[in-house]
Design a protein around this ligand. Structure first.
Ligand code: GLC
Length: 715
């Protein structure tokens, strides 16, 4: 997406700036800092280019002091009226999955496989955040993650480059809108594709840990979502904490300049992650802050978040020509271009609109729909679901039955627990107290005795709410074992033994080990922390008033020891190997899996063109699908490619298209899915994108185990 041209005003301003002022533009300070007068003085001196509206490094799970619009306007006034050249500040904040109206976490939104929903959620977040004075969000997080032990798996869109790329691009469009020259006045935000790059491959799922990724995997798995985000106009990116193949991205010229700025053609601005510049010392590639500053800015980093290596060292480094004036000016140009593009020079202040700080019915309704549609129906034996209040009396129990803040998920720093609708509230409001019996305490054996007692006296079904608190995930909070918190699975099994229909709702920020729950429950619904409307949204899904349409964006393992486990694996030379002596090699639930309240059957895959000579063509696949159940529903047709013989071994399958189709009971349809041939391509050993001639196989179905297949020849 072309950005408007501001070269003239940028060059005009650049020629006026002192070296100190230029360096100031490359520094992002914490807005919440102890010495407010000192902060004002440094803004007045032109030594700060941006403020991050956060007070701690682990903002995701910690309460952040929030500055009022008045505060932010006052600091901006100082920058505009009292600094040497009146360059406006740009305010950044982690608006990750909503602002005051907290939406489902990104991994939950990914279950929608619906770019329009993700775009709507991001646009709603931008509207609220911009009214609070935020200009720039550090989102979308488009790290590919195939290790649910990693706490930050919740912040991304899952394991697949194609799906992550499309949803990440949709988030960029939602945040930035489609008119880059009028973002600020239209309630948009500047987006930030993060974290560049490879952070999700942290060894052991331990946050910030070492990553080893081959060039081939980097180009074919981790880079595609960034390529997509930049194609959709994302104006900033963030360098990641990890060390990749010996080089921390924040100090890697190869990654930031050669790959990101030159090969991907990124003309926007790269900000470091929190103190990632001075962390080059801990990584062992810089002896001190001055070296860290030199390495980072020469690598192509443009702005330093919070640490002060640039601020304290760049003047000397320019003096000794260890850093060129050309590189400094290039970084400053990139920062100024973002500020011009966002409209900060024309309109630097935020209107005081107290009403805009409230949750609107429209935003809450979107949050509710998102929570319902992204929930995933994993089991529904004997049509236990949809639930109905007329089905007698329901016992509600479980540690997550009556919680609010944990439903908001991580990175919900503008969210308020009191705004969240607990599951219990949703049931009570909708069904009335006479239809439900609750057991809220954590004493599970008490819950059992109630269940046993009432099973004999009028309770007809049990709904148990288990899962994990949001603080078990997010940044800095990884786990070594994907089991549910202690005692929960046992409680579910004992409830199942009572003999009543048992519905289990699992709320989590990652795939958890639910094999025993799937075995003993009659129905299972999974929700990745659904946000402020998790309660009503999940109830809508349970009653079918909104169809649960979630499909897994990440593989569910049977055991933690299977990790990494993902559908796009390689065939290996011994595909018949069982891999473990005591465990199946297959996952518990495959990527793309999710049930509906009806059932579907894909019976035929045909290709309009089984021979393609022009790789700029499209394949016209037709999938015949039928609704074999008694309710209307949405089927997600998924099409995967396979290249049986190529110059490098390729995944046994790679997602290359997906399409929703709604069908009434008994209705069948030929769903036409156009697939550009270049989706069959890959980056070869020279880093060139190729669609190698030869035979391909396309698979079509309702998850990554799709069985229907058709062969295609590319000349
Ligand atoms: C954090 C995160 C990053 C976030 C930034 C600002 O440490 O790694 O995703 O945007 O710092 O809070």
């Amino acid at each position: 997406m072309p950005t408007p041209n501001f070269d003239k005003p940028i060059e005009n301003l650049l020629t006026q700036l002192s070296t100190r002022e230029k360096i100031g533009q490359l520094f992002q300070e914490k807005a919440e800092c102890e010495d407010r007068e000192d902060l004002r003085a440094r803004i007045r001196a032109g030594e700060i280019g941006s403020l991050i509206l956060a007070s701690t490094p682990f903002a995701g799970n910690e309460t952040q002091i929030t500055l009022s619009v008045e505060d932010l306007n006052e600091l901006q006034r100082i920058a505009i009226e009292e600094s040497p050249h009146g360059i406006p500040l740009i305010y950044g904040r982690d608006i990750i999955h909503g602002c005051r109206t907290v939406m489902p976490v990104p991994l939950g939104q990914a279950c929608s496989w619906d770019e329009s929903l993700v775009r709507e959620c991001s646009a709603a977040a931008a509207k609220e955040a911009s009214a609070r004075g935020v200009h720039w969000t550090f989102s979308p997080m488009i790290d590919i993650s195939r290790d649910p032990r990693w706490g930050r798996v919740v912040e991304g869109y899952g394991e697949d480059p194609f799906l992550v790329g499309r949803l990440g691009a949709a988030a960029v469009e939602g945040y930035q809108g489609d008119q880059l020259h009028s973002m600020k006045q239209n309630g948009h935000l500047i987006a930030c594709a993060k974290h560049f790059i490879g952070y999700g491959a942290s060894e052991g799922g331990r946050d910030y840990n070492t990553t080893e990724i081959t060039e081939h995997t980097l180009r074919n798995v981790y880079m595609p979502p960034f390529r997509k985000a930049l194609e959709h106009g994302c104006l900033t990116t963030m360098s990641s904490f990890n060390e990749l193949n010996g080089e921390p991205p924040s100090g890697s010229h190869r990654l930031l300049t050669e790959l990101l700025k030159e090969e991907l053609g990124f003309a926007g601005m790269i900000v470091s992650d929190w103190a990632a510049v001075t962390e080059l010392i801990a990584h062992g590639i810089a002896a001190n802050n001055s070296e860290a500053a030199r390495i980072a800015i020469n690598a192509g980093l443009d702005m330093e978040m919070v640490s002060r290596a640039f601020l304290e060292s760049l003047e000397d480094l320019l003096e000794t020509e260890a850093v060129s004036l050309e590189r400094l000016d290039d970084a400053v140009r990139r920062v100024l271009r973002i500020k011009f593009c966002f409209g900060l020079f024309d309109d630097p202040y935020t209107a005081i609109r107290p009403e805009a700080l409230e949750i609107t019915p429209k935003a809450r309704s979107l949050a509710r729909r998102a929570a319902a549609e992204t929930s995933i129906l994993l089991k529904n034996e004997g049509s236990t679901l949809p639930l109905s209040p007329t089905a007698g009396k329901t016992l509600l129990t479980g540690p997550l039955l009556n919680v609010q803040k944990p439903l908001l998920g991580t990175w919900a720093m503008d969210g308020r627990g009191a705004d969240a609708c607990a599951y219990l509230t949703a049931f009570t409001d909708a069904w009335g107290p006479e239809k439900i019996l609750t057991h809220e305490t954590a004493l599970m054996d008490q819950g059992l005795s109630i269940a046993h007692h009432h099973a004999l006296n009028g309770v007809d079904q049990i709904v148990v709410f288990v899962g994990e608190d949001s603080s078990r995930g997010g940044e800095h909070y990884s786990v070594s074992d994907l089991s549910l918190p202690p005692g929960q699975v046992e409680y579910v099994e004992q409830l199942a033994a009572v003999g009543l229909p048992l519905i289990v709702v699992v709320t989590a920020g990652r795939p958890l080990l639910i094999e025993r729950i799937l075995r003993c429950a009659n129905a299972v619904l999974y929700s990745f922390h659904g946000g402020i409307e998790a309660g009503r949204g999940v109830l809508d899904a349970l009653t079918g008033s909104t169809e649960p349409r979630g499909r897994l964006p990440i593989t569910f393992p049977r055991a933690t020891g299977q990790i990494p486990i993902y559908y796009g694996r390689k065939n290996t030379g011994r595909p018949w190997s069982n891999a473990y002596v005591e465990q199946l090699p297959s996952p518990l639930l495959p990527f793309g899996f999710g049930l509906s309240y009806t059932s579907f059957e894909c019976t035929e895959l045909t290709l309009a063109n089984e021979r393609i000579s022009n790789t700029s063509d499209s394949i016209r696949a037709s999938v015949h699908v039928r609704n074999t159940g008694e309710r209307s529903g949405h089927a997600l047709i998924q099409i995967y490619g396979h290249d049986p013989v190529s110059s490098l071994s390729r995944p046994i399958r790679f997602l290359c298209a997906y399409q929703w189709v709604e069908l009434s009971p008994g209705e069948n349809k030929d769903v036409i899915v156009p697939i550009p041939v270049n989706r069959l391509g890959f980056y070869d050993r020279n880093g060139s994108f190729v669609v190698e001639p030869g035979e391909f196989i396309l698979y079509a179905g309702l998850d990554s185990n799709a069985k229907l297949h058709a062969r295609l020849r590319v000349d």
